[in-house]
Design a protein around this ligand. Structure first.
Ligand code: HEC
Length: 223
């Protein structure tokens, strides 16, 4: 086949040879630059989504911080040690703020937020096997601050960004250390096993943003 082609090629006039050569260079160049451009756009889109997700994660962290330092002490003072109200829970306020953000802005519809934990308070936050692996990696590599990639989930492909989650404020332990110190009402609702026994500065889970891939491809087209 190759011999046949080279015989045929050798018998061509110089002008024809040149035309074929230019054609090969042209097609090769177009293919190469097409692949390179697709990769650059893909990289740019991933970067854009990652920085969007990071901004959201940081904002939600500030919401938690505000709740824990301003709202919880204020409300707790009137509730006493036994009573419990979800408005005193930092994770509750960050979830509510994120839900409101998604409701009011179409551009956030494709983001999902999860605080995936090994021993969560709310069973909805239980890490699945894929997420457990990420938590274990964060635990083993203390310097790892972020991971991102793709995962299939409910028959869709998602781009995800995850950051480790550890308790580094002793005031959180009032509800997350032992059932004896936690508000009695809270233990009645969540049980004495869930979200209990957490330790300071230990990676317990991670905050995760998932971004639906179909929309991710649309972002590519819009760039
Ligand atoms: C007043 C009690 C209380 C305090 C204080 C509190 N939490 Fe929680 N936390 C809860 C409850 C209750 C939930 C479950 C909320 C829900 O139903 O989604 C929760 C949920 C969470 C979650 C989501 C995963 C899970 O367990 O379901 C994280 C992460 C978390 N808390 C971390 C913290 C951190 C960090 C602090 C301190 C800044 C803190 N909590 C302070 C009661 C508390």
């Amino acid at each position: 086949m190759l011999r046949k082609f080279s015989f045929y090629f050798n018998n061509l006039a110089l002008a024809q040879k040149l035309t074929i050569l230019l054609l090969v260079i042209f097609v090769g160049g177009i293919t190469f630059s097409g692949i390179a451009l697709a990769n650059i756009l893909n990289y740019k889109a991933q970067n854009e989504i990652t920085s969007n997700a990071l901004l959201l994660l940081r904002t939600l962290n500030s919401v938690r911080y505000y709740t824990n330092n301003e709202v919880t002490p204020h409300l707790q003072a009137s509730l006493g040690n036994e009573e419990f109200s979800p408005q005193t829970v930092p994770a509750y306020s960050s979830r509510k703020v994120f839900d409101a953000l998604r409701k009011d802005n179409n551009s956030y519809q494709d983001f999902l937020y999860k605080e995936a934990m090994l021993k969560p308070t709310n069973p909805q936050d239980m890490a699945d096997s894929f997420e457990t692996e990420i938590i274990q990696n964060f635990r083993q590599n203390k310097n790892m601050q972020q991971v991102s990639g793709f995962r299939s989930f409910q028959e869709e492909k998602y781009f995800y960004v995850a950051r480790p989650l550890a308790i580094n404020d002793a005031s959180c332990l009032r509800c997350h250390s032992t059932p004896e110190v936690a508000p009695k009402e809270m233990i009645k609702i969540y049980g004495d096993q869930n979200g209990i026994g957490w330790k300071l500065n230990e990676v317990l889970g991670f905050k995760l943003f998932l971004y639906q891939r179909m929309k991710f491809c649309k972002t590519l087209v819009n760039l």
